[in-house]
Ligand binder design. Structure first.
Ligand code: RP5
Length: 215
């Protein structure tokens, strides 16, 4: 949240968003047309870190769905909301509570600060829908992963939202062979990148390699 000036005449309220989520959850729909992955973050100041998840999903052929009733062409999609555990606990509750009924298969939740409670609270509320926590900062790690026995959360290291998205697609891949294939293809490309880097670094030499990288 970068602008601290209160909006005197907001054109949307938290209650509007809560109502929207419940309306969508109550609607009859095919899960083919709803986002598989929900990405939430505690503040729009988390967006740069959380964009790694968007990048990974785009790399795997997902498109962003911005209108619940009007899906993009891609078969697999994601959505993104700002949901603050401390400023808007009711919205966090509504998001977690409606996740499965809105067709989400997995949620990626990121938060920063020392009290990074959005991922762990959402995991408890959305259970048994899996939640993958992203500590936005190093100091948020303990808060995100520190769940009591019986209250699970899957989490990645600080800032690793890209990996959170890969983990989300691994979960989806259990049901969708197409996604398993895309994950394997992605991994194969990584492996051959290392092979190329290794050969080039050796064969071109350190100085030439650096020069080629524009350093
Ligand atoms: C957390 O507090 C958010 O997830 C964010 O990382 C941090 C700071 O939020 P802003 O003050 O930038 O909104 O809840």
């Amino acid at each position: 949240m970068t602008d601290y000036t209160p909006n005197a005449d907001p054109d949307v309220t938290v209650q509007d968003l809560i109502d929207r989520l419940h309306e969508e959850a109550d609607r009859e729909f095919s899960t083919v047309n709803t986002p598989e992955v929900g990405i939430i973050m505690g503040s729009d100041s988390d967006l740069d870190v959380m964009s790694g998840a968007h990048d990974a999903l785009a790399r795997l052929g997902f498109e962003e769905q911005t209108d619940f009733q009007d899906p993009p062409e891609a078969r697999f999609t994601y959505e993104t909301y700002v949901v603050s555990a401390h400023r808007t606990p009711e919205l966090m509750y509504a998001y977690g509570e409606t996740a499965a009924d809105r067709g989400l298969d997995v949620v990626i939740a990121g938060a920063g600060g020392k009290s990074a409670d959005l991922p762990n609270m959402t995991a408890s509320i959305a259970y048994p829908t899996p939640v993958i926590g992203v500590p936005v900062q190093e100091k948020s790690v303990d808060s995100v992963i520190g769940m009591p026995t019986g209250a699970p959360i899957v989490a990645v290291d600080a800032g690793k939202s890209f990996n959170a998205a890969l983990s989300a697609v691994q979960i989806l891949g259990r049901e969708h062979a197409e996604l398993r294939d895309r994950l394997v293809e992605y991994h194969d490309a990584l492996v051959s990148d290392v092979a190329c880097d290794s050969r080039d670094l050796h064969d071109v030499g350190v100085a030439g390699y650096r020069e080629r990288r524009g350093e």
